[in-house]
Design a protein around this ligand. Sequence first.
Ligand code: NAD
Ligand code: UDP
Length: 384
Amino acid sequence: MDKMEKFFTTRKRFPAFSLCIHIERRNSAVHSHMSLSGKTVLVTGAAGYIGSHTCLQLLKEECKVIAYDNLDNSSFESLERVKRLSGGNGNLMTSIEGDILDGEKLDEVFEANEIFAVIHFAGLKAVGESVSKPLRYYENNINGTVVLLKSMVKAKCKSIIFSSSATVYGEPKTVPCTEEFETSALNPYGKTKLFIEHILTDQHASDNEWNCLILRYFNPVGAHPSGEIGEDPKGIPNNLMPFVQQVAVGRRPELSVFGTDYDTKDGTGRRDYIHVVDLADGHVAALKKIAKENGKCGRIVVNLGTGKSTSVLELVGAFEKAAGKKIPMKMVARRPGDAAEVYAKTDLAYEILGWRAEKTIEECCVDQWNWASKNPYGYSGKED
Ligand code: NAD
Ligand code: UDP
């Protein structure tokens, strides 16, 4: 038996040994002294919800951050607050107002900086709007990504971390969703995510020096525990948590619960809600993976979720407890296209990135309420 065979036989016979390996892997990835200090990262869509939380975690790692955003769905106020929260590292971040469709501007950014990797959040994300304005979504999300990749090719920057979504699992036949599940898309937004995944796969196939880390987020919620940064949706929120938040601060009279007749414990839909700071840390882990493998990760697809699901009524209950107030609810029909239950299989993220979500749904609600009560009308302080 050669060394490798012996290793795997031991693993099979002694599961506890496997556990040790996982712990070791986790330590080697997350708790390692793999330093990102001084590495320059271009973050597109940096001023948005997930982007701003990720910029903060990057600054804590002493990365140099180039925050690039066209401010279509955000303002630089989020990043001013990030600077203040960064414990003196705010001067490591430069904010640039720019569009990912503007190749010349991106070329200038790449020429002026030695960029280690790109974290690509920029995109439009409202499912309903994508149905009424599909061309806006295809142009912004797909063309924008192609323009960005072309600038990366010119600059020989070959590492990208991309914000994909559990939406690419369509209506999964079973749960938890594993990365091998068949993919499909139910709307133009989902199609843009799926197609960008294909584009990245093809780009990697054309040049295997590319590192394409495709992260499929489940349901990001919560806010930084300081209550200084959080989600600030424009108009009527599509998603459950921001809607609950707006009911809690008096901006909406009641929550409509979409469907109470699902085949779930309490009849309402179940989702995998992941704290946005955990999600941001997932990006840091992905960046460390690229740094650790010295740019030889290839194409990787991983779920970023908690591996647990929570029903609409359970989430509302946890929020009511955090806020100390009742959320008025109205039971209505199912929302078309909604699956009963969606949650992630998380083993691969743990194995490959040494990352897993730590925060509970209760912590998500406490942090969401802290942000909401301090900023009931978001960053602008007034109704849109
Ligand atoms: P967000 O709208 O808060 O942030 C996206 C940012 O991208 C915004 O600041 C916006 O101004 C910017 N942007 C949009 N088009 C741009 C362009 N052409 N050029 C430059 N900047 C542009 O959204 P978010 O929740 O932070 O999501 C970030 C990414 O994660 C998106 O790609 C989204 O599709 C994806 N995602 C989000 C969720 C979620 O529930 N929040 C779930 C899965 C995937
Ligand atoms: N939901 C709801 N009322 C709302 C928004 C959402 O009952 O105003 C439900 C929805 O049917 C689903 C869950 O909350 O079961 C999460 O919905 P969200 O849109 O946040 O995430 P997605 O369905 O896209 O995963």
